[in-house]
Design a protein around this ligand. Sequence first.
Ligand SMILES: [Fe+2]
Length: 171
Amino acid sequence: MAKSAAKNASGASALPINIGINEKDRAGIAKGLSHLLADTYTLYLTTHNFHWNVTGPMFNTLHTMFMAQYTELWNAVDPVAERIRSLGHAAPGSYAQFAKLASVPDAPVNPPKALEMVRILVQGHEAVARTARALFPLADKAGDEPTADLLTQRLTVHEQTAWMLRSLLEE
Ligand SMILES: [Fe+2]
């Protein structure tokens, strides 16, 4: 058995990660992905909240549109968390951790009017896009193609959704 093999909590040997990305870069990328996970989860919850609480003449359109959007966001958190695990780090998964890590604010306590909900979601999708984009240079430098690919997919969704929502606010 290799002398360098780390021991886990139960005393069993664990193999060190050796995927060609150094420890410092793996830690930096995992940190960036943790921000992306927290932002995605927070925006998911706000979108689901708005699906429940939207009112007014656009109810049917927005209720249905928000459902498609929160479902997409819900499905997105899993690959982000599992990429963090593949890089050898723990994935955050509590409201306390997400509150610390997210750049997206929590949903307002009192449900806003329908178009204000749309404005909040445009800003939310743009904020998540900025979080994803900020991680690109490090993923690129480290040769981390799976993370770069994940970031590309998330950027495509957030920028397209921001456009669709923003269109509702225009004449
Ligand atoms: Fe529903």
